[in-house]
Design a protein around this ligand. Structure first.
Ligand SMILES: *Cc1c(COP(=O)(O)O)cnc(C)c1O
Length: 397
């Protein structure tokens, strides 16, 4: 059976690799970008405000600030929360490094909390155990697209006077308890990287109901300066004040125009992701060596379809399964190595193995299967066929 595997010279399920994610950019998107390219404002122009308004409407959030990427969005949110040296921020261990790095950018200390073993998203009980007198904020990451347990996190943050930041980079278009992602926390951050729900090539945003936080973040993305070029032009003045230390985290008008055009498709794309996830759910139910991470079809916007392998039923580890799937033409991926196990955090923040046992136990079992709105049901069938083939060949004796 092993000789059937493409890894050992057999015929692959697919001759060409199915990637784990891929953007859709159509003619309307291209035209929107070209139109801005011929206009007076390539950046700090009117498309920025238009994109912010369109996002605010989609999210049902009073204020949206767009920035140059999702990492900048987290940095801006941490800045708006007033995080500085000595402050602790609770962050889940199982996330992209940027969720924790943003706290370090501001001079704060990320404190890693563990995740729930079924959904692999932030466990509110673990958050409680990490709170100290120095805790100023919680960053909740909507892992894979499933919103965290905000019904528990919101009252917890309120009772301790903490800012709740949602890293919703996986969850654009999702909801929880009938409320939209983007309105569930004090500040919610988004990414428009091509692997995410909509893309501006690179891009990010923060939503909030707090107009003062929005003002702080608009300044922060423009060097901490209290006005922008277009408003000074309109007033015929050159003078400005830099009132904070900020960065150049602006999103160009080209990117905002692409974002406006992409955003129109968000609803259909989330629906398509859910349809594909349902196909996976059904097909994988009879495969005893995979356990899909718990996500709700009515809440998650399914950025990722993640399974945990039952290693006791397999004769090889996850890395071999991953390689075997890739050889079959299935671009599986892994999200993520727990952040506290990265060399940087071990060396500079004293983190170590054992800090977050649930996340650490999950990591060697994790596999993300291809999921993007351009996929067909036949692509899901290929993934399932390849997974079954590899699982059969490497069945534990
Ligand atoms: C993508 C992502 C980010 C960072 O977004 P960029 O746009 O790549 O900077 C942050 N957090 C999570 C959970 C992400 O998935």
């Amino acid at each position: 059976m092993k000789s059937d595997l493409a890894l050992h010279g057999g015929t692959p399920v697919r001759p060409r690799m199915l990637p784990y994610a891929r953007q859709i950019v159509d003619e309307e998107d291209r035209n929107a970008v070209l139109e801005v390219l011929g206009s007076d404002w390539l950046t700090t122009g009117p498309a920025v405000e238009r994109f912010e308004k369109a996002l605010a409407e989609t999210l049902g959030a009073p204020e949206v600030v767009v920035v140059s990427n999702g990492t900048a969005a987290l940095h801006a949110a941490v800045h708006a929360a007033g995080i500085g040296p000595g402050d602790e921020v609770v962050v889940p261990a199982l996330t992209f490094v940027a969720s924790a790095n943003a706290v370090v950018f501001a001079g704060g200390k990320p404190v890693f909390a563990d995740v729930d073993s079924k959904s692999l998203s932030l466990d509110p009980e673990s958050v409680k155990q990490r709170l100290t007198d120095r805790t100023k904020a919680i960053i909740a990451v909507d892992y894979a697209g499933q919103p965290c347990r905000y019904d528990e996190l919101v009252p917890l943050a309120k009772s301790r006077g903490l800012t709740l930041i949602a890293d919703a980079c996986h969850a654009l278009g999702g909801s929880h308890g009938g409320r939209k992602v983007g309105t569930l926390a004090d500040l919610s951050t988004f990414s428009f990287h091509p692997a995410k729900h909509i893309t501006t090539a690179e891009g990010g945003a923060i939503s909030t109901a707090d107009p003062e936080a929005a003002r702080r973040m608009r300044r922060f993305r423009n060097h901490g300066i209290d006005s922008d070029l277009r408003s000074r032009e309109a007033k015929g003045t050159f003078a400005y004040q830099m009132v904070d230390l900020g960065y150049n985290y602006r999103l160009s008008d080209l990117q905002c125009a692409l974002g406006i055009s992409q955003l129109k498709k968000l609803g259909a794309w989330v629906e398509k992701r859910r349809q594909l996830a349902r196909l996976y759910d059904t097909a994988l139910a009879s495969m005893d060596f995979v356990e899909p991470v718990e996500q709700r079809l009515d809440e998650s916007s399914y950025h990722l379809y993640i399974v945990q392998l039952r290693l006791d039923r397999l004769s090889v580890d996850r890395d071999v399964i991953h390689q075997a799937l890739r050889a079959e033409g299935i671009g599986a991926n892994v999200h993520y190595m727990p952040v506290h196990l990265h060399e940087y955090y071990r060396k500079n923040h004293g983190t170590r193995a054992g800090d977050c046992p649930v996340a650490e136990k999950a990591y060697p079992r994790l596999l993300s299967l291809p999921l993007f709105p351009g996929m067909q049901s036949s692509d899901v069938e290929d993934v399932v066929t390849a997974l079954a083939k590899v699982g059969r060949a490497y069945r534990a004796p």
